[in-house]
Design a protein. Structure first.
Length: 224
């Protein structure tokens, strides 16, 4: 998608190389509350930009970190469950990831393993937080052990998009982690990963071209 932005400035991902721009992606099964969480955090005057062709919504958030203005783009998709995996460009240049499950539906917790495996394929190093949403439905869940986060060494937040519990805290801490990753990620591995991603995107572009020439839909083309 970075390469087929076709004049949609929102999808030109080179902007994320600029110091003051970060990209944070949201992962998790359908209906776990990804969009509601964004809306709750950005309740005052957010302007989601719906890109329905890609089932993608970009939420923009302006903030100040260490007296520097920072523009955060939150990437959110719909109906991911149907596709089971995301288009590689969704991960491209992301600086942090928010991985959400629904405390009322065990399967959404189990599926975190799949989301996390896919995330690490594309972004092995970026900070990732695990978010247990909908705790308003049953506060007792906060006593339960959700070992996935501990096992992977990831921060876990118990939140509710419905009543706002911990939502601002979770988003603010994630933004800080994204910024800090961005400022310190000029290490060699990251460079290598960037090159690999570009290579894969190029390959995907070639594949899309080939399949388009054959009149076929590239696999997964609907997902983003
Ligand atoms: N009780 C409760 N319901 C919630 C909460 N967050 C979201 N919901 C409900 O869960 C449903 C799904 O929320 P969405 O935000 O649309 O879920 P999503 O993850 O964006 O789903 P997709 O866009 O399909 O991937 C909606 O009916 C919400 O009202 C919450 O914190 N508590
Ligand atoms: Mg949604």
């Amino acid at each position: 998608m970075a390469s087929d932005a076709n004049g949609i400035p929102e999808l030109d991902q080179d902007k994320y190389d600029a110091d003051e721009q970060v990209k944070i992606i949201c992962l998790g099964d359908s209906a776990v509350g990804k969009s509601k969480l964004m809306e709750r955090f950005l309740i005052d005057g957010y302007r989601p930009q719906q890109l329905s062709t890609y089932a993608l919504t970009l939420y923009k958030y302006n903030t100040t970190i260490d007296r520097k203005a920072v523009l955060v783009d939150f990437w959110d998709t719909a109906g991911q469950e149907r596709f089971q995996s995301m288009h590689p460009s969704y991960y491209h240049k992301a600086h942090a990831c928010i991985m959400v499950f629904d405390v009322q539906r065990k399967i959404t917790y189990k599926n975190l393993t799949n989301w996390y495996t896919e995330l690490r394929e594309y972004r092995p190093e970026i900070p990732c937080v695990v978010v247990a949403n909908k705790i308003d439905a049953d506060m007792k869940v906060t006593q339960r052990n959700f070992n996935f986060a501990k096992k992977q060494g990831l921060p876990l937040y118990f939140v509710s998009a419905a009543d706002g519990t911990n939502v601002v805290k979770m988003f603010k801490e994630t933004i800080k982690m994204a910024m800090s990753y961005k400022q310190n990620s000029s290490d060699f591995m990251d460079e290598v990963m960037r090159e690999l991603e570009n290579f894969e995107l190029e390959q995907n572009k070639d594949l899309s071209l080939q399949t388009a020439q054959k009149g076929l839909k590239p696999e997964g083309s609907e997902s983003v």
